[in-house]
Design a protein around this ligand. Structure first.
Ligand code: GAL
Length: 725
């Protein structure tokens, strides 16, 4: 193991160093805020002052299998200083290297040259860095550096708001002549952001509570740095199989009979649906919340849930954290809550075990016992950027000692963990939606969403989320016309979570009759891709590979030889990889064709099998019925029938196995029971499907014999092989 002075190697290729404003010592009895990793319950992390090695949990084995990098920075160049109520950590940044990450960012991919204020906020309407899930984790793409260098990631680990200057600050250096300047009046090369080769990470507050962990994740390539981050924090979340089906959220004022009727309408019309989401009206009162079923609208929730379950639907409940004075929970949570209310409700201090236990017991009894499958954790982000201001202030106080700034940064993480544990304790997986998250969150079984609605921003946010262990749902709510409706649904169906959120609009997939064929095709494609998607998520869980990822995470051999084209490909934010073999190039409303930057290799149209030589830009046309999806040469794509809902363990599932191109291919298809945590104890298997290519070019498909044996999950039956391209 390489020794890096001042840094501890916590895991292979993960180094840590803690900086404190109040000095290096750790005074006994001093309050130290919870770290994001603690809030998220990440199984393996450096907590307050470091966890002794004998008390650290097991590391995912896959971490040890990643290539072993060298420490990517000059250790002596990383310094910290205390300046007027702030702790400033300085880290070198290789010249010209792009900087990716920083959480759920809607406005840009490369953050180099920007100052980002990484505060949790529900209205990321401006390119400031504020967002539902800001993550002070950045990935430096060393391939774009001058000269090229290994890539790596850095996490600024703290509960406080981080202002991250990503190559946007220039210090005077004593003894060094000032950098040359240009005259703006006459020189068009003048730039508003002067080049800087430093990152400055700043947290503000009382010296006593300023403690920042810097974690460095080695590459050598950007994807390996991201995988290391994901695996270090427990690996990506594995959804239950049903979570990969289609989700529909019913209007907020619906009563039980209307919910049931709407669900049944999916079945009658033959549209797939796995999850029905109930919005605020299921509570007896919401904003603030009671968490109790409305006696008027849902007099017998147990019966409704049983009926829905019998027809193949799971139920997801909307809630937010602010507890109504009329809630049964109020008296118990009252002494365990913050100094300020939100919408008249309590803001419980969920860093306290007693507060967590109170909510957990109520939810178990009144929701989980009836069969509720998961939650949508809304409004835990707060806003000041619009006409509305709602959230406890940064100066709020909480019984644990946290202040409002820290609590707001941690709230989404705390709620995800608290609610996920309700299901984990029963040995079951859950999957839900959340509107605030942060660092150390890959293992939390939640997908982010937003009230913003710009479709291009949605795609960019989804791509950006994959740098930082986050997932994003580009939910569909409404559309101006049939074309926009189709384009949005097509993208949603090729995303981590395919959902129609009709809480206010009352829309249904069939709301635009002229688009029925295209919408049905999009939802059916989602269902047909189920085995492929489940495998992509298993790779996220077990190997840290994000299921949806940016072009910047492509391996070196897929980048075009032409450096300018390679740089453009890495910068693309309107196309993405879904799993290992699919490249999705969304068409947005108004577009009939678009350019796509294809990585090296030959790519094939998903349905047409048409070949496109890669390493170049191509223009593709798309009628309303199709979204351009390209399949990599040699890929094996297992497709199942478009079932009305996802299959249960033990069910036989016929597969159409496709092979694209002339290169032999091999796929390991993941399978487990789809519902429980048994996979974490090894109860899963990888089924091999492959295609051999003979000397005459003839392609022959094979499935390893165990594919036909009963396993913990589905009985796959490869019944047809299609050779395309
Ligand atoms: C919003 C949320 C919507 C919907 C609504 C219900 O803030 O983003 O998806 O749940 O609350 O009031």
């Amino acid at each position: 193991m390489e020794t890096v002075p001042g840094w501890e190697e916590l895991a292979p290729g993960v180094w840590s160093r803690t900086f404190r404003a109040a000095g290096e010592a750790h005074p006994v009895g001093r309050f130290v805020p919870m770290s994001p990793a603690e809030a998220a319950g990440a199984p393996w992390f450096p907590a307050r002052g470091g966890i002794p090695p004998d008390r650290r949990g097991p590391l995912p084995e896959a971490l040890g299998r990643l290539p072993r990098p060298s420490f990517p920075l000059d250790p002596a160049a990383v310094t910290a200083e205390r300046v007027a109520g702030r702790l400033v950590v300085r880290l070198p940044l290789p010249p010209a290297a792009p900087v990716y990450g920083l959480g759920l960012q809607f406005f840009r991919l490369n953050q180099r040259g920007r100052t980002r204020y990484l505060r949790v906020n529900s209205d990321p309407r401006q390119d400031t860095g504020e967002t539902h899930a800001p993550v002070p984790f950045y990935v430096v793409d060393g391939r774009g550096a001058e000269p090229p260098l290994p890539s790596y990631g850095v996490l600024v680990h703290t509960a406080r708001i981080v202002t991250l200057h990503c190559g946007s600050t220039v210090r005077r250096e004593p003894g060094r002549p000032p950098a040359p300047t240009r005259d703006r009046t006459t020189d068009p090369r003048w730039q508003a952001t002067p080049p800087s080769d430093w990152v400055e990470a700043v947290v503000a507050g009382e010296a006593e509570r300023l403690e920042v962990g810097i974690l460095v994740f080695g590459g050598p390539d950007p994807l390996t740095a991201v995988r290391r981050y994901n695996l270090f924090f427990g690996g990506g979340a594995l959804p239950p199989r049903w979570a990969l089906g289609f989700w529909h959220r019913t209007p907020a004022r619906y009563r039980d009979a209307e919910v049931l009727e709407e669900a049944r309408e999916y079945r009658r019309r033959g549209y797939p649906c796995d999850v029905v989401g109930l919005e605020p009206g299921w509570h007896s009162a919401a904003y603030p919340c009671t968490y109790r079923w409305s006696p008027e609208r849902f007099p017998d929730p147990g019966r409704l849930l049983a009926q829905l379950a019998a027809e193949g639907f799971r139920v997801n409940l909307w809630e937010h954290p602010w507890v109504a004075p009329g809630a049964d929970l109020y008296p118990r949570l009252e002494p365990l809550s913050g100094s300020h209310t939100v919408w008249g409700g309590l803001a419980p201090d969920y860093t306290l075990p007693a507060a967590r236990a109170a909510l957990a017991q109520q939810h178990e009894r009144e929701h989980l016992d009836l069969g509720v499958a998961g939650y949508k954790l809304d409004e835990c982000d707060g806003s000041e950027l619009t006409a509305h201001s709602w959230m406890f202030p940064a100066h709020a106080t909480f019984p644990s000692g946290h202040d409002g700034e820290e609590m707001r940064q941690l709230y989404g993480l705390l709620l995800q963990r608290l609610t996920a544990e309700l299901f984990w304790r029963r040995g079951r997986r859950t999957w839900g939606l959340v509107r605030a998250s942060g660092a150390a969150a890959p293992a939390l079984p939640y997908v982010l969403y937003t009230d913003l609605y710009d479709h291009r921003q949605y795609v960019r946010a989804m791509v950006n989320a994959g740098f930082c262990g986050l997932l994003f749902a580009p939910e569909v709510r409404g559309a101006r016309d049939a074309e926009e409706w189709v384009r949005r649904l097509q993208v949603a169906c090729l995303s981590p979570l395919a959902m129609l959120n009709a809480w206010a609009s009352g829309t249904k997939p069939w709301s635009f009759p002229e688009a029925e064929g295209a919408v049905r095709a999009a939802l059916e494609l989602r269902m047909r891709l189920l085995p492929y998607l489940y495998t992509a998520f298993a790779r996220y869980c077990l190997e840290g590979v994000p299921p949806v990822r940016a072009m910047a995470l492509l391996p070196e051999e897929r980048l075009p030889a032409d450096p300018a084209l390679a740089a453009r490909l890495r910068a693309a934010d309107d196309q993405f990889l879904l799993g290992d073999d699919l490249l999705v190039a969304p068409l947005f409303a108004g577009q009939r064709e678009r350019t796509v930057l294809l990585p090296e290799g030959t790519w094939y149209g998903l349905e047409s099998g048409e070949a496109f030589p890669g390493g170049r830009e191509v223009t593709v046309a798309g009628d309303l019925d199709t979204l351009p999806v390209f399949v990599l040469e040699g890929a094996i794509l297992p497709l199942c029938p478009p079932l009305p809902h996802t299959p249960q363990a033990g069910q036989a599932l016929p597969l159409e196995v496709r092979h694209y191109g002339r290169l032999p291919g091999r796929l390991l298809l993941y399978d487990d029971d789809g519902e429980t945590l048994a996979y974490a104890r090894g109860a899963y298997r990888w089924l091999e499907l492959g295609v051999d290519v003979g000397p005459d070019g003839r392609r022959t498909g094979y499935a390893a014999p165990e594919a036909a044996e009963p396993g913990p999950g589905l009985a796959y039956r490869p019944i047809s092989w299609r050779m395309l391209g």
